[in-house]
Design a protein around this ligand. Structure first.
Ligand code: AMP
Length: 438
């Protein structure tokens, strides 16, 4: 046990301790242990933390405490004291929800503003005293332009998933927003990765920040059981239907590369009797919220999503992720599988890989520094030239002997003894399908 393993030791007041306990959290996660006391001290923070680490509570809880224990300098309509910027509307909605959850025993007022929905209710919500605004950059600037929000009294700024914001081209919007904020303020920056652009942004906006870092970038890859199923492209959809039925998956998030692909796959699964919804940028906010709600409540077992749409989805204990197609960028694979195995729970990720994707697969295996175990299903042949895969199988420099990972994928196609019914063959080693944890 570390010396600090209780929320009560982090300097949090009773209303916040009660809210955390109501949420069922027994002890702080590492990012919470590190960040909460420093934020309470009023320090700026540069945090390397991915979604899934508990970072949202790590900043919302101490911010709620700070705001509740000091009076607003110039209380007034549309003049928030804390601004949280997020890359996506889903993440904004979720951070807002967290603020409400953890602030339920306090009387602070929070709202979220993001694009893709009617702006009028947001005008109304911004009227009157408001303490916390969670926003996506573009819509926030719309409000600034309409003078429905005044950022001159911001005491605390949070940039959440800053790397994603830059990836999505928000840098100019962020610069414009920074210029509207008081120079004296507390600033917190959270990012999963640290490119030169992020460092420049951090240098410009943080004042003598405390640096906290939890879990290397690829930690998710160690928490999640990963498998690859080599398969011909045209068989992928049937294979997925088969696996969902066979394994009786109740809640599976499936990634596709394109919006069109997400729609087609959701339709196909529905035709096969597996209720599925697609969630992507062309869907209205209302449709996305509905699909997410149905998925979270267990009414539809399959949600098919593109990378951008899935970013920031807060789904507790998601047991199974499927990569219907591999992402082009290996880091996105780690983000995707990070949707499962969150906050210490174990999860599983299966990637359906065709011949064209073997190159992407080796890039991923290099990044996570180990080979991913192959599985096969009767009736679903590997791509016709699987031998191509063998030389590509990495012997990564960082692979540790004895970590349970296979030393190489089994080759030889379906004759490797696929079990009737198409269950994982487990590579002939008992327990292999549950193994591979480092
Ligand atoms: P985040 O990294 O903020 O997206 O949080 C990931 C998930 O962990 C969320 O579903 C939270 O509800 C959950 N969570 C946050 N803090 C804790 C904690 N101390 N104990 C257990 N679960 C937590």
């Amino acid at each position: 046990m570390s010396s600090v393993s209780r929320f009560a030791d982090l300097g949090l007041a009773d209303p916040l301790l009660r809210a955390l306990s109501d949420s069922g959290y027994e002890s702080p996660t590492p990012i919470q242990t590190q960040a909460i006391p420093r934020i309470l001290e009023g320090r700026d923070l540069l945090a390397a933390a991915q979604t899934g680490t508990g970072k949202t509570a790590g900043f919302t809880v101490p911010i709620l405490q700070l705001l509740s224990t000091r009076a607003a300098a110039r209380p007034g309509s549309g003049r928030p004291r804390c601004l949280v910027l997020t890359p996506t509307r889903e993440l904004a909605a979720q951070v807002h929800e967290s603020v409400e959850t953890y602030g339920k025993h306090l009387s602070l007022r929070a709202t979220s503003v993001f694009g893709g929905v009617n702006i009028n209710p947001q005008f109304r919500a911004l009227r009157g005293q408001i303490d916390i605004v969670v926003a996506t950059p573009g819509r926030l600037l719309d409000h600034v332009g309409q003078k429905t929000v005044d950022l001159s009294c911001i005491e605390i700024l949070v940039l959440d998933e800053a790397d994603r914001m830059l990836d999505m081209g928000f840098i100019n919007d962020i610069r414009r927003i920074l210029k509207l904020l008081p120079a004296t303020r507390q600033s917190l920056l959270f990012s999963a990765t640290f490119s030169d652009d992020i460092r420049r942004l951090a240098d410009g906006m943080l004042n003598d920040p405390v640096r906290v870092e939890v879990a290397a970038r690829n930690t998710a890859s160690e928490l999640v059981q990963q498998h690859v199923h080599l398969v011909e492209t045209h068989q992928k959809r049937d294979l997925l239907s088969h696996l969902i039925k066979e394994n009786r998956w109740q809640q599976v998030l499936v990634f596709t590369r394109t919006k069109h692909g997400a729609n087609k796959l959701a339709e196909k699964l529905s035709k096969d009797g597996i209720p599925a919804a697609a969630i992507h940028g062309n869907k209205t906010q209302a449709a996305r919220t509905k699909a997410l709600h149905q998925f979270k409540s267990g009414r539809i077992p399959v949600l098919v999503a593109t990378d951008i749409a899935a970013r920031g989805l807060d789904i507790d204990q998601l047991p199974q992720v499927v990569n219907f197609e591999l992402p082009h960028v290996p880091e996105d694979y780690v983000h995707r599988i990070g949707r499962t195995g969150r906050a210490g729970t174990s999860g599983a990720a299966l990637s359906l890989v065709d011949g064209e994707e073997l190159r992407l697969l080796s890039g991923i295996e290099r990044l996570i520094r180990r080979p991913i175990e192959r599985i096969q299903t009767e009736g679903f042949a590997a791509p016709s030239r699987p031998a191509n895969d063998s030389p590509r199988n990495p012997r990564p420099s960082g692979a540790r002997p004895g970590n349970g990972a296979r030393k190489g994928p089994p080759r030889g196609g379906p004759s490797k003894g696929p079990r009737p019914g198409g269950r994982r063959q487990g590579q002939g080693r008992s327990g292999a399908s549950r193994g591979n944890r480092v």
